[in-house]
Design a protein. Structure first.
Length: 281
């Protein structure tokens, strides 16, 4: 008996043993960018979480967990995922400087011992690469490698979301080659799952998945107003070989989050078309 058993059990709650796929809702945006639309107040959080029961996992921050812990209690409930990082990359106010040494920084919000004690199944951490100051990239690699080691000892799953530190400077930082580079680095560091932004098409994304040994989840990005666009992104992600989606605003900002989740499950787990899944809406 060792921690590998714990990790296998926990990841089995997040990724379906039958399909190897998952639908995760990311509801942790506040720690990075302040109160998001749809989750601005405690009352809104409780209301939205009342519609997220069909998710395979739901990601929250350490501060949200005591407020919403009852959501995770009971058989058949979503797996609890913890957003392990704070970051100031990409913030709309009080943005970090651009002098080559201020390209954003990150901090870990909890120890893996605390995470395990709270009953968390997996943590998500960012991995930023491509900084002009290569020492920042080295620090990111070391930080993520330490998290992977600590999580392995505690039997906790690790989701790494790699990003380019220069992403805001142009589409070339979202190319297939860049995504393939940082997804492979994430997997080789030891990520159990890799979450990554979509780069535009099935043809462009398929090589990213093929070159990443870990299961890949597609991030949702901005959205929530167009249900069909959300379902199309999920369908394209699966067509490109992804193991599922990790959507936030596309779910919790939707008019009917529960209906969006059912449509996503139809596509990810049942292999339905966008039109068939849309019928649930």
């Amino acid at each position: 008996m060792d921690s590998r058993t714990g990790k296998k059990i926990r990841l089995g709650r997040l990724l379906s043993p039958a399909t190897g796929r998952t639908v995760v809702v990311a509801a942790s945006h506040g720690v990075m960018s302040g109160p998001p639309a749809g989750l601005r107040t405690a009352a809104q959080m409780r209301s939205v979480f009342g519609e997220l029961g069909a998710a395979d996992g739901v990601m929250v921050t350490p501060g949200m967990l005591p407020l919403l812990e009852d959501f995770y209690v009971g058989r058949g409930r979503p797996a609890p995922v913890l957003h392990l990082d704070w970051k100031n990359h990409g913030r709309r106010i009080y943005t970090p400087g651009t002098d080559g040494r201020s390209e954003g920084v990150l901090a870990q919000l909890a120890t893996l011992e605390e995470v395990a004690a709270a009953g968390i199944d997996a943590v998500m951490t960012y991995l930023y690469i491509g900084q002009r100051d290569s020492r920042l990239e080295r620090d990111e690699i070391e930080r993520n490698a330490r998290i992977v080691r600590d999580a392995a000892k505690a039997g906790i799953g690790v989701i790494i979301e790699p990003r380019s530190a220069l992403e805001s400077e142009g589409r070339e930082h979202l190319s297939t080659d860049v995504l393939s580079l940082y997804c492979r680095i994430s997997a080789d560091i030891g990520a159990d799952v890799v979450k990554v932004v979509w780069n535009g098409s099935v043809d462009d994304f398929t090589p990213v998945v093929e070159s990443c040994p870990a299961p890949v989840l597609v991030a949702g990005g901005p959205g929530g107003d167009d249900a069909l666009a959300t379902l199309r992104l999920a369908h394209d992600s699966i067509a490109a070989g992804a193991a599922g989606v990790m959507f936030g605003r596309r779910v919790f900002r939707a008019e009917r989050p529960a209906a969006i989740l059912e449509g996503l499950r139809d596509i990810v787990h049942e292999g339905l078309s966008v039109e068939q899944a849309a019928a649930r809406l």
